[in-house]
Design a protein around this ligand. Structure first.
Ligand SMILES: [Zn+2]
Length: 475
């Protein structure tokens, strides 16, 4: 049996507690920087720059899908606005983007009860040809239900996926539901189907279909794929419920054109003693085309530009360089962020911390992170500085967004002020994504949360170490 030497044990314990207390007392932020954070938070809470930027982007540019004239106009808009706000090192970094054209789409139930319903082609869908496609339909809930059908069950038919997305504050329902949109068309084609209709991946009962990318595999013919709104999907489910054969007609003039040049737009607030280290603020400049991309991602663009503008207007200068990157084409294959990573390969280790805003206009309700364990006390202090905004402390398994995923996988630390997504998927990728969906008060609160977090992230007295833990699975 181990004989304990109490004086030594007590000495060790005391030493441990002293060390722990000392670590707790190591200030992650100077008093001056915490005071500036409070000033920023207050200023942001009354700042209208972000709203004005969304207003300008949605009015003067409007829809901006990859490769479109709007895409080009958005790049010019961002260059102009970054310069107007006085950012440094404003420039574009060219990337190539796919150029898919939506065209027109039609969807009709021919039997048992004829009706025509509004529809949108899924992004990247092939067209049907002028004559359209008319066929009997098979309803399945999701990919598992499709896989469970007997062989030949959908041969020569149109598959209708009926699964409904769940509403959640953190958007958790999206990850579960979106597989049907991404993989459904190719899976149905592998099983012999000639067309696909999905219930929109969205949470609203308004009669707006939601578009979004589908991803064809090379193992099956590319078949046309459309989305219908939730209320129309409910109606179609009832038609199937009649027990009578359901016959559908779809038509779409979607098509691919040759790739087009586009660009990421970059602007900075230069750092001082740690200028070589970059805090990257990411949002995406492109949008889907049915709406004008106010929430997705005009809001993110405006929050990040608004944050840099506010920090640039402080008397104090940031220690680390704050770099705003407005990425090209997030929606249809993330060519902007892939291009950024390739073009900045040598500088990847300089990207020490990243924040992304691509989940609407807020409010921010939670602070999550993905940092090395030694930096968690700093995140706790940032959370404290955000107290007046009444956030919830999230975990250390933040994923960041799609545009920072590459940098995050390479070990960049992530801070994630979580935007409230309860109503985000009512509007996401619909014609209804307009300025009217932006709540200016929620946007200002989000700006305050992001500005405070970014500022303190840039001023941290310690080191943002590389994060080596495995990345959590996508929600
Ligand atoms: Zn987005």
């Amino acid at each position: 049996m181990l004989k304990l030497n109490y004086p030594i044990l007590i000495g060790l314990l005391l030493a441990f507690f002293n060390a722990a207390t000392a670590a707790d007392k190591t200030p992650s932020f100077s008093r001056a920087d915490l005071a500036a954070a409070a000033t920023l938070r207050e200023k942001a809470s009354a700042d209208t720059t972000a709203y004005q930027l969304i207003e300008s982007l949605t009015t003067e540019v409007g829809p901006r899908p990859a490769g479109s004239p709007g895409d080009k106009a958005a790049v010019e808009w961002a260059l102009r606005e970054m310069k107007r706000l006085g950012f440094a090192n404003v420039h574009t970094e060219n990337v190539w983007v796919p150029h898919w054209v939506r065209g027109e789409a039609e969807f009709s139930v021919l039997a048992p009860y004829p009706q025509t319903m509004p529809t949108l082609a899924l992004g990247g869908s092939v067209g049907t040809g002028d004559e359209g496609i008319e066929a009997d339909a098979v309803m399945v809930k999701d990919l598992d239900a499709l896989a469970a059908l007997p062989s030949g069950a959908v041969k020569g038919k149109i598959v209708f996926f009926s699964n409904r997305m769940d509403r959640a504050r953190d958007g958790a329902g999206y990850g579960k539901a979106v597989a049907v949109r991404a993989a459904g068309p190719s899976k149905a084609s592998e099983a012999g189907a000639i067309g696909v209709v999905i219930r929109s991946v969205g949470t609203s009962d308004a009669r707006f279909p939601h578009t979004g990318t589908t991803r064809y595999t090379n193992t099956a013919p590319r078949i046309p794929a459309l989305a219908i709104s939730n209320p129309d999907a409910d109606a179609l489910v009832r038609q199937f419920g009649s027990g009578k054969p359901v016959r559908l007609r779809i038509r779409s003039s979607s098509r691919d054109l040759p790739p087009m040049p586009s660009a990421n737009v970059v602007g900075e607030i230069p750092g001082t003693d740690l200028a070589n280290e970059i805090v990257i603020l990411g949002a995406h400049l492109d949008s889907w085309d049915p709406g004008v991309g106010a929430l997705d991602d005009g809001a993110g663009v405006a929050i990040m530009m608004g944050v840099a503008n506010l920090i640039g207007s402080l008397d104090a200068k940031p220690r680390r360089t704050i770099r705003v990157v407005l990425f090209a084409n997030e929606e249809f294959g993330t060519s902007g962020s892939l291009g950024y990573l390739a073009a900045n390969e040598a500088d990847v280790p300089r990207h020490v911390l990243g924040l992304e805003a691509d989940f609407g206009a807020g409010p921010v309700w939670r602070l999550s992170s993905r940092v090395a364990p030694a930096q968690l006390p700093a995140v706790d202090q940032i959370f404290k500085a955000l107290a007046p905004l009444k956030l919830v402390r999230g975990d250390n398994e933040a994923r960041g967004g799609a545009d920072l995923e590459g940098l995050s996988k390479r070990g960049m630390a992530i801070l994630e002020p979580g935007l409230d997504g309860t109503h985000y998927f009512d509007v996401h990728h619909t014609a209804n994504d307009t300025l009217a969906q932006i709540d200016p008060k929620a946007l200002r609160q989000s700006l305050a949360a992001f500005a405070t977090t970014v500022w303190l992230g840039a001023q941290f007295t310690g080191t943002w170490e590389r994060v080596t833990t495995e990345k959590p699975a996508r929600r």
